[in-house]
Write a new protein. Structure first.
Lengths: 618, 178
């Protein structure tokens, strides 16, 4: 009989045995994974000690997939198969992608439900699948560092991400085998990281200029509740745009051709990016490209990017209005994202908010650190009532299409979530049993100017005379910012069946199909999992046997004990190797060799109990 | 305080506040934050699906209660509805206010053409002070069934003022976008 430990599922974590949870910043250019260790949020490095994972995925001819720095470095030589900045594509439709066209050299095709697919040497890949590859690497990094399966992760998204982009991010996590504890808005995550640092109550503005998206959030910390007052931004404005402006300038100055191949484009953007970064340190920088040499001053640079920075400030002013506060009430400004190192950005932000921005936490890491803290809380590792609670809002108004292709707002933007609103409808025709609702997101009055979210088909309405049915539709936005719709005919009490047809997303079948595909191709993944499992089994067995030997080692003869010790040592050594098969075999061996010991222990226990009873009876 | 997890009573009972139109907003905020810390779905992130779904509903209900009581216009409407259901469709006679409404609409249009932020600010201040008068009058009239019609009229005025203020906000946004 083997020595076995039984643990009940879903028991609360034992102190000293926290649930393994991580925070993931899935960025446009770089991604990070962090966790809370000994009460401190720390980023997790790769085997080379680097924290950032380039958000680059390369599909190779030999069916392997490369993620990270190696992939991003091949972007110039293999532009069609190296997918960069996939975050700009996730949850978007084919039309959106066509607008981004020049910036993204990939070959696109249209998938089901208007989702763009990228043609690679391994076939057509959706942005969801590409993002999943990045998440898989981060998950594996987390599991290795923490020594076990992850309970779950908090994944951050731009605050301005719409429902489709959020759902797609969740789908990517599902494909990567990650349980999403919460989708957290990036500015909120940054505020958490600073908030805990400073422990100060008051109003904070988070100015988050990432590679591809701009978010601004205004939060108030009070009584341990971090409440988002308003959020805004521009999901098509980012630091990458600074690079593009510089690239255009270089082309113009150097008189080079504007007709560039994708790899030439990548090279040029690299030069532009380096130039931008250099100008944060020096007032004048020289640059060379395609045989041309020139010079750019910081002044000229600022003139070039000024319209972009202005755009960000406009979104800031709108957020301040939405928050219903005066500029004077702002206590702190936090800068997030590498591009906030550009001096002009810092100056203008300081001027608008009449406050010197805080930058002491690495602006590239702060989001993942905040996410890690939230993950720790949600996994139940921190004690109850002293937890920070994050109250976020929906960034975009939700509306319904009505007669004349107009929008009627049901849930205005910046409403605290979760939120639930109901609306009553009735039938237009006798015997009508179904109804379609078109939900859009946006602030405009025309449906065409808003973003189509999904069509909800309500079926199973009991047939009645036209106008007699009263259908109460409930729109609920959960804490992740995702919408769900339920409907009930109030006179009969019948629940209508709601079918969701997302405008830019994956249907449940598509996600399941992708999951199956990825499992088939996940030989490496599975093998790695299998190895890890065996190593954990070996460790556990070693512990239990050693504890048993401590307690009842005297039940073994010297020779028997020597044999057991030898097999244990073998197991210990093998558990440090990659040989899954050998470890499994050695586990068997140890079980064999301790079988007799286990029965003797059981006998001894029975005897002890029996002896005890006898004594009592006397 | 009654169990915030079950929103069965009135919004006032939920926060254990006296049933008056005047409300200490910072006290309301304190009680809200206290309650939401306990019912928010984040507290149930490690629990089963059923519990999480229930938590979302409870938190949404709590948020709705807070939003309603926080806004004077919605609070007023809520109070009247508690006494007797307000007929949404009924038109209430309010000739003097009608005239004021037309004046404000015209003024708003002019402001839209001039892009004068100082003038917009002054307009907002005037609306705010008119609003204060309406609020005070409502506080006096809403509880007495004899003055119910007056109370209803005042609520309509509040709604109109809210609408105008919203449109001023839209205007400011439009002007800022240039």
């Amino acid at each position: 009989m083997a020595l076995v430990q039984i643990v009940e599922p879903d028991t609360p974590p034992v102190p000293g045995q926290p649930r393994l949870a991580v925070g993931i910043d899935l960025g446009t250019t770089n991604s990070l994974v962090a966790t809370v260790r000994n009460g401190q949020a720390v980023p997790l490095p790769d085997n080379d000690g680097r924290h950032a994972l380039a958000s680059a995925v390369r599909y190779l001819k030999d069916s392997s997939i490369s993620v990270g720095r190696d992939a991003s470095q091949c972007a110039s030589c293999d532009p069609f198969n190296c997918i960069l900045s996939v975050k700009r594509l996730i949850g978007r439709g084919v039309e959106d992608v066509q607008q981004l066209g020049e910036q993204m050299p990939y070959k696109f095709s249209a998938g089901e439900s208007h989702m763009p697919l990228i043609e690679t040497v391994q076939g057509a890949k959706s942005p969801v699948e590409v993002s999943a590859e990045i998440l898989k690497v981060l998950r594996s990094r987390g599991e290795q560092a923490l020594g076990g399966d992850l309970f779950g992760a908090v994944i951050t998204v731009p605050a301005y991400f719409d429902d489709a982009q959020r759902q797609a991010t969740k789908d990517a996590a599902k494909l990567a085998g990650i349980k999403v504890l919460r989708l957290l808005n990036e500015p909120t995550a940054a505020a958490v990281a600073y908030g805990l640092d400073r422990q100060a109550e008051g109003v904070t503005v988070v100015y988050d200029l990432g590679g591809g998206t701009f978010d601004v959030s205004i939060l108030r910390l009070s009584q341990g509740v971090f409440e988002v007052l308003a959020t805004g931004g521009d999901s098509a404005l980012g630091g990458d745009d600074f690079d593009h402006v510089l690239a255009d300038w270089i082309i113009q100055q150097s008189g080079s051709s504007t007709d560039l191949s994708p790899s030439e484009q990548r090279k040029l953007l690299r030069v532009a990016c380096d130039l931008k970064e250099a100008l944060s340190q020096a007032a004048t920088v020289s640059v060379s490209y395609a045989g041309w040499q020139g010079e750019l001053t910081r002044c000229q640079f600022e003139a070039l990017i000024e319209p972009l920075v202005s755009r960000s400030l406009r979104a800031c002013r709108r957020a301040v209005r939405d928050a219903g506060i005066d500029i004077g009430e702002i206590d702190a400004v936090v800068m997030v994202g590498g591009s906030t190192r550009v001096p002009l950005v810092r100056e203008q932000v300081a001027r608008l908010f009449e406050c010197q921005p805080l930058t002491d936490i690495d602006p590239d890491k702060v989001v993942s650190l905040g996410a890690a803290i939230q993950a720790d809380i949600l996994a139940g590792n921190q004690s109850g009532s002293s937890d920070l609670l994050l109250l976020d809002v929906n960034p975009l108004s939700l509306g319904l299409e009505t007669m004349g292709e107009l929008v009627e707002k049901i849930i205005p933007r910046n409403t605290t979530i979760p939120v639930s609103r109901t609306q009553d409808f009735t039938t237009a025709r006798d015997g009508q049993t179904a109804m379609a609702l078109h939900v859009v997101q946006g602030e405009r009055e025309l449906v065409s100017a808003c973003r189509s979210l999904a069509r909800f088909e309500l079926r199973g309405i009991p047939p009645m005379v036209a106008g007699a049915a009263k259908i109460r539709v409930t729109f609920q936005v959960d804490a992740d910012g995702l919408l769900s719709v339920t409907a009930r005919e109030t006179r009969s009490g019948v629940e209508a069946h709601v079918e969701v047809k997302p405008s830019y997303g994956l249907s449940d079948e598509e996600v399941s199909r992708m999951l199956e595909d990825s499992l088939e191709h996940a030989e490496d993944d599975r093998r790695a999992r299998g190895l890890r499992e065996q190593q954990v089994n070996a460790e556990r067995l070693l512990e239990t046997v050693q504890a048993a030997l401590q307690a009842d080692g005297d039940l073994l003869s010297e020779k028997e004990r020597a044999e057991v010790d030898q097999q244990l040592e073998q197991l210990e050594q093998l558990s440090r190797t990659d040989d899954q098969g050998a470890i499994a075999r050695q586990i068997q061996k140890v079980n064999q060799v301790t079988h007799e010991f286990a029965s003797r222990r059981m006998d001894a226990t029975v005897r002890r109990a029996f002896a005890g009873r006898q004594l009592e009876e006397i | 305080m009654s169990d915030p997890a079950r929103v069965t009573g009135t919004y006032y009972e939920l926060f254990n506040l006296p049933l008056t139109f005047e409300l200490d907003l910072s006290e309301l905020g304190r009680r809200y934050r206290d309650a939401v810390r306990r019912v928010h779905p984040d507290r149930f992130a490690a629990a089963g699906d059923q519990e999480q779904r229930a938590a979302v509903e409870r938190a949404a209900a709590l948020n709705e209660a807070y939003e309603t009581l926080r806004s004077p216009g919605r609070r007023a409407l809520y109070l009247l509805n508690l006494q007797a259901p307000l007929e949404e469709e009924a038109t209430v006679q309010d000739p003097e206010f009608l005239f004021q409404q037309m004046e404000w609409r015209e003024e708003l249009e002019e402001l839209g053409e001039r892009a004068d932020f100082a003038a917009i600010d002054a307009f907002k201040k005037r609306l705010a002070s008119f609003r204060k008068e309406v609020d005070d009058e409502f506080a006096q009239t809403w509880q007495d069934p004899a003055t119910r019609t007056d109370a209803e009229r005042l609520v309509r005025r509040m709604q109109f003022l809210d609408k105008v203020l919203y449109e001023v906000g839209q205007l400011e946004e439009r002007l800022d976008d240039f």
